[in-house]
Structure formats: C-alpha cells, structure tokens
Design a protein around this ligand. Structure first.
Ligand code: AMP
Ligand code: MG
Length: 491
C-alpha cells in the first residue's frame, strides 16, 4: 500500500495519442474543499493506504488544487448524437483526466468531474452540483453491487462555491475511475479524419481488445479484420450491458452516443433511475419529453448507437455489408443475456423455448398492476410457500393468480427443490436498490455536510441481496413524496 500519491505508478497513455485528441490544461480548484467521502474499496484497489487517503495531498489532488504526481492533466475531445441528432463537437466540458494508475488489477484512469471549464465547455460553467455528484458517486457502487459493468468513483469533494442551475446549489467534484473513458462519440469525432480514427482504433484495441488482433479461422489477418472483430466485441459487450440494465430495472436517461462507453461500461450518470413501480415505457429523465430513452426503448437505442459507431469505420475502407455482420450479432447476444438474467431472477433453472410468454406476462402483470420492480421478484420467491403473500400486492388478484398458476407449473417442471430455488432467487434479486428517494435522502444530508447516509447506502448497495436487520425502511416501497422527485439533465 502506498502512503502518498507520489508512490503511485502513473502512466499517461491517452496523452500519447496525437495532439488533436485533447487539450492539456490545469483544473480549476474549488474554494475551501472538504472531502465528503472516500470509496474505500476503490482506494484499496488503487493501492492507497488509509494514511494516503487522509493526507492533505489527497484532498488537494481530488479537489483540483494540485495535479496527480506524474500525471498529465487533460480534457479529451469527442462528438456525438444527442437525442438522435448529430450534435457535432462536444468533449470533456467539465472533466479532467488526471492520469492512469498502474495496479496489480490493471490500469485505472482517474478523472475529475466538475473541475472547471475547458475548451469543450461550450456554454457550460465547467462545474457539477453536489446533488448530481452524490448521485454519480452512489450509482457506480450500486451497479457494481449488482454485478453490472460500470465506471466507479474514488472520492467526493464538496465546497460552498455557488453553482447556478434552476436554483443556486453548491459545487462538488467526483473522481471517477475507469479503465477508459473513451466513448462511441470519441470515434464519431473523427468521421472525416481516417488517420485519427485509425490511431484511436489502434489505441483502444491494443489496450482493451487485444484479442481482436488475432484472426479466427477463416478471418482475414488484416486491418479490416481487426476493425470488424473490434466492432463485434463492442456489439457483444454493449448487448450484454443493456440486458443487465433491463433486468435490473435501470434506466440510463441520456443514452446519447457520447455517453456510450467503448468498453461496455455504464458511463455518465445523470438523470438515471432504478424503477420503483414498473412501467414498460418508464422515462426517468424529466428532460426527455419524447420518451426516446424509455426503459423499453433502451435495447433498440443501443443498437442504433452501435450503427453510429460502425458507420465511422466506413472510412477505413470497410464495405458496408461487412460492417453489418457484427451489428447483426446484437439481437441474439442481447436476447441470450436478457433471457439468462431473467431466468435467474424468476428462479428458472434455464431458459426454455416458450418462456418468453411467461416473461412477457410477468412484465405485463407488473405494468398493469403498477407493481414494484425489485420487490416483486423478492415476493415471487416467497410465493410458493405462501401464495397470498405474493397476491396481496396486486390490486387485481385474479390477474396475478392467473400468471402465478402458469409460473408454478413451469417451476414445477424444473423439479428443483423449493428451498434451493428461493435461495437462488434471493441471491440475485436485490432487496436494497438505489431508488431516487434514497439517493435524495443522502443528498439532503450531504448538503448539510453529513455523509453518513452515503455510508449507509453504500454498505447496503454493495451487498444488495442480503437482508440486514434494522434496515427495513431501505428495502420498502418508496414513500409518497418520492413520486414528486424529478431528475433532469440539469446537473
Ligand atoms: P452530458 O449530457 O452530461 O453527457 O453532457 C453533454 C456535454 O455537455 C458534454 O460534452 C459535457 O462535458 C458538457 N457539459 C455538461 N454540463 C456541463 C457544464 N456544467 N459545463 C461544461 N460542460 C458541460
Ligand atoms: Mg456525457
């Protein structure tokens, strides 16, 4: 373990890309910063001791007052499609890459978010409010606790500096941690510069998809082959990621191509949401008035985004038909992952032909009865021993009864011991979910300088399926006021 940040092994591979990829610049520090929270598992993963975390140097670096020793601070450029429309150049408008830490568990880039203006800020102030920073900080751990690929966070720093959104709020910086922050939009940015595109492709493949350098039997051992295998790998990771989102009741909220990770992580937590009552077309982002990024739209939006990524590769001289091949893998990979996830959540030994009817019926039931997404799976596990415990949560008992009868027959055919199935289901269906109102409680306390609610939530969300006595209210359906909460693009 390192006791100071100077002892970390820092490299700067992104800074090794050609100069147009980024701007080297300083961060703009917060005034009088306070360290609100440190994510200890991530600090440990990075090799930082308690002494390092408690040092004044730690606060200086992660509040933007000092660079990471050995790091090349920079803001990266990218472009993207926002809400389906080409938005042109975007980029790190309020984020700074500090450098990349070499650990026994791989390379981890550290990035400050909310650390001041950059050449890519456009009209923005380069800041992030505490509210959205707490939400981002919690979300990475919640997703990791569910086993869903995600960026993580190391530290949360607050300040009294005012930030003007709909109201006056205060500024914060969250330090994000990821093997890479490259986005689909990073590729789209070079849609007229094949030389730059090639440099980016080589960089990403070398670091994150080295297996794509090796041709499979019958595949061409050339640049095109690498690009096609790379696209196929991104398609597969993205398809699996979206399947995980769907079966966790997670809505990203802003699936613009600049928010799509090239390594298949959940990236850029803004107006995301874990569903309370299930609604098939639930829209978590109040700014998304058309419902473009509704829960049931996410799978097709991701596919559309992959098309945007694929079309950048046309410039490398790959013909269109060849690019369509890996894109066709999306649906089967998604369906297999989705059916596998949902089978586990429903306690089926494995997906069988015909189970789609049962699965669609489940969503239909939850939707029409406005049943709680997460708790319904937990209640289903208990339904075999006590049908009533399950049925009482549905206003139209008959509809629930009809579905449950079909379900009980289906699990009966599996011939598995009930106790075993219940244990398996309760091992995958979370009791503690990062519901909006729970995040809101943590935000309200954090605004007063109290991070204890963040602590409590993190301890529950890291092991979300294990029941913890005394924390019943964290596993309960949301209170009425939760329905009044609105999350939007404002952050
Ligand atoms: P987002 O919708 O958060 O993914 O952001 C879209 C683009 O706007 C990205 O290029 C961000 O860096 C930029 N952006 C968002 N908020 C701000 C801000 N307050 N200051 C500067 N740039 C911002
Ligand atoms: Mg973004």
């Amino acid at each position: 373990m390192k006791d100071t940040l100077d002892q970390l092994e820092v490299v700067n591979s992104y800074a090794g890309l050609p100069a147009p990829f980024y701007t080297r610049l300083k961060t703009q520090p917060l005034t009088d910063p306070t360290l609100l929270h440190v994510n200890e598992p991530i600090a440990t993963m990075l090799g930082l001791s308690a002494k390092a975390v408690n040092s004044s140097q730690f606060l200086q670096v992660f509040s933007g007052q000092a660079p990471l020793p050995g790091g090349d601070t920079l803001a990266a450029v990218y472009s993207g499609h926002q809400f389906g429309i080409w938005a042109g150049q975007l980029g790190d408008g309020r984020a700074h890459l500090l450098g990349e830490i070499v650990t026994a568990h791989g390379h981890w880039e550290l990035q400050l978010k909310g650390s001041g203006r950059t050449p890519y800020s456009r009209m923005g102030d380069g800041r992030a409010v505490l509210r959205s920073s707490v939400r981002e900080y919690l979300a990475g751990e919640a997703m990791a606790g569910l086993g869903i690929p995600t960026t993580r966070a190391l530290a949360l720093v607050g300040s009294k500096d005012p930030v003007y959104r709909e109201t006056v709020e205060t500024a914060a910086i969250v330090t994000r941690v990821s093997p890479s922050f490259v986005r689909f939009g990073s590729f789209e940015h070079w849609s007229r510069r094949p030389d730059m595109l090639k440099a980016l492709l080589d960089y990403v493949v070398q670091r994150h998809y080295p297996e794509c350098l090796q041709p499979a039997a019958g595949e061409p051992d050339d640049e095109q082959g690498v690009a096609l295998r790379f696209l196929g790998a991104v398609v597969e990771r993205t398809a699996r990621l979206i399947a995980d989102w769907q079966t966790a009741g997670f809505c990203h909220g802003v699936m613009n191509t600049d928010n799509m990770s090239i390594i298949g992580l959940t990236l850029d937590y803004g107006p995301y949401g874990f569903m309370d009552a299930f609604k098939v077309n639930h829209v978590c982002n109040h700014s998304d008035t058309e419902g473009r990024y509704a829960w049931n739209a996410q799978p097709s939006v991701a596919h559309w985004n992959l098309y945007r990524l694929a079309s950048t590769l046309l410039q490398l001289g790959i013909d269109e038909e060849a690019l369509r091949q890996p894109l066709r893998r999306y649906e089967p990979v998604f369906l297999e992952a989705y059916r596998g996830n949902l089978s586990r959540k429903l306690g089926l030994v494995r997906y069988e032909e015909g189970d789609d009817v049962l699965m669609d019926g489940w969503w239909q039931l939850l939707h029409t009865q406005e049943a709680d997404f997460s708790l319904s799976f937990r209640r289903l596990a208990a339904a075999v021993q006590d049908n009533d415990a399950f049925l009482q949560h549905f206003p139209e008992r008959e509809a629930a009864r009809a579905w449950l009868d079909v379900y009980l027959q289906r699990v009966g055919r599996d011939g598995r011991d009930d106790g075993e199935r219940v244990a398996q289901m309760n091992g995958v269906n979370p009791l503690y979910v990062l519901r909006n109102h729970l995040a809101e409680n943590a935000i309200r306390a954090a605004v007063k300088g109290d991070a204890s609610e963040i602590d409590t939530l993190l301890s529950l969300l890291r092991d979300p399926c294990t029941e913890r006595p005394g924390f019943e209210q964290y596993a309960a359906e949301p209170p009425e006021w939760a329905g009044l909460l609105e999350v939007s693009c404002s952050s």
